[in-house]
Write a protein that binds this ligand. Structure first.
Ligand code: 5RP
Length: 234
């Protein structure tokens, strides 16, 4: 079997699927406006594709320092979210998305700023490869940004829901977010009612942001599959 046949049999790689869906998201960018931009490896593909439209948009509001750097390196102006009242579209990835557009986000630790930019946007377009589509949220450990002094108390509180929380580490130390806080990753949850889960956990003292996006769910999901990009509208 030739090398070419082998790669055809294997289908597109996950990286190629991310590039496909990043490119497909350009159709939602409104010329003349500022676009909301999320974070992560799929969004990086979108940012790279957005460079081809940089003269048609005013700029972007970004949800992480990493995305800001990437946008600026490509010559795209980045506005502070306080400078912009309303965005017509926010484009971001997810760690999981269900059939109603509820998501788990925060695998890249940018969940707080992602939720802020999503909240100021009229439409959330989620870009994922098909591995992220689930029936019930919770197989991916739920990221929760927390105030460090609340870590032990919140760990016990998640245990009452059947979750096992661990502090996310980077280079052997607790990861510090763009906002100077820590991340708890909570495994073992089955989130059958994402809105009530988000409501409840958001009220626990010490929680900055829970990585369940039910109130800021997606209205559109672009799903990259080996057969092409599918559009789901919620
Ligand atoms: C970052 C996020 C990302 O959107 C999520 O982790 C998906 O990332 P990737 O596209 O790299 O799989 O929520 O906080």
């Amino acid at each position: 079997m030739t090398q070419q046949t082998l790669s055809t049999c294997a289908g597109p790689s996950q990286d190629e699927l991310k590039a496909m869906v990043g490119q497909a998201a350009l159709q939602f960018v409104v010329p003349g406006e500022i676009v909301g931009v999320g974070s992560g490896s799929t969004v990086n593909k979108f940012i790279d594709a957005l460079a081809s439209m940089k003269d048609q948009i005013k700029g972007a509001v970004s949800s992480s320092m990493a995305s800001t750097q990437r946008l600026q390196a490509l010559g795209i102006v980045v506005f502070d979210s306080n400078e912009v009242e309303r965005l017509s579209v926010y484009i971001d990835g997810a760690d999981e998305i269900d059939q109603q557009g509820h998501m788990i986000k925060g695998g890249g630790a940018a969940l707080t700023r992602e939720k802020i930019v999503a909240a100021q946007s009229a439409r959330f377009v989620c870009i994922v490869d098909e591995s992220k589509l689930v029936q019930t949220l919770g197989k991916f450990p739920v990221p929760v940004e927390v105030i460090p002094m609340a870590v032990q108390r919140l760990t016990r509180q998640f245990a009452t829901l059947g979750g096992t929380a661990s502090v996310r580490l980077k280079d052997g130390q607790p990861l510090v977010t763009d906002n100077g806080q820590h991340i708890l990753d909570v495994a073992g949850l089955q989130i059958s009612d994402p809105r009530s889960f988000e409501s409840e956990v958001s009220q626990w003292p010490g929680v900055v942001t829970v990585g369940v996006f039910a109130f800021q769910r997606a209205q559109v999901c672009l799903l990259a599959t080996p057969g092409g990009v599918k559009t789901m509208v919620f």
